[in-house]
Design a protein. Structure first.
Length: 141
């Protein structure tokens, strides 16, 4: 298990959390649970209802849509955050490519953190807006 200081350093490197103060990062770390998953483990399954997000601390994960690999992600990335916001189905399947250490943030705790950490809400909105703009550019040119 990583130390509190190590969690904060990992969280500080997550793009989604870069606008947060140390105090805010401590709230996020407190609301999270560290889990270890061996290579080949299913983290999220496309189409299933999501109730948690995962922050990759160590290792790498593979992201697949409709069975086709679309991305590989490593430390400092978050998967599953959309389902936390809208309770909708997972948009991709994510599998551990290597042994991984992840921080798990469940829906109830995540909403509590959003209430307590306004900077996170603002950063999350900006991140999602950026994704929408990128998709718009890809689709419409």
């Amino acid at each position: 298990m990583a130390s509190k200081k190590a969690y904060l350093e990992h969280l500080r490197n997550v793009t989604l959390f870069q606008g947060c103060s140390t105090k805010d990062l401590e709230k996020i770390a407190k609301a999270s649970d560290e889990i270890s998953m061996p290579a080949g483990s299913l983290i999220v399954d496309q189409g299933q209802t999501g109730r948690e997000a995962f922050i990759v601390l160590e290792g790498s994960v593979s992201v697949k849509r409709n069975g086709k690999k679309v991305n590989a992600l490593g430390p400092g990335t978050v998967v599953g955050e959309l389902s936390l916001l809208d309770h909708g189905p997972r948009t991709a399947t994510v599998v551990c490519e290597t042994d991984c250490v992840l921080l798990l943030l469940d829906q109830r705790h995540f909403m509590g953190v959003l209430d307590d950490v306004p900077a996170l809400s603002h950063k999350l909105l900006a991140t999602l807006a950026g994704r929408i703009r990128e998709l718009d550019r890809q689709y419409f040119g």
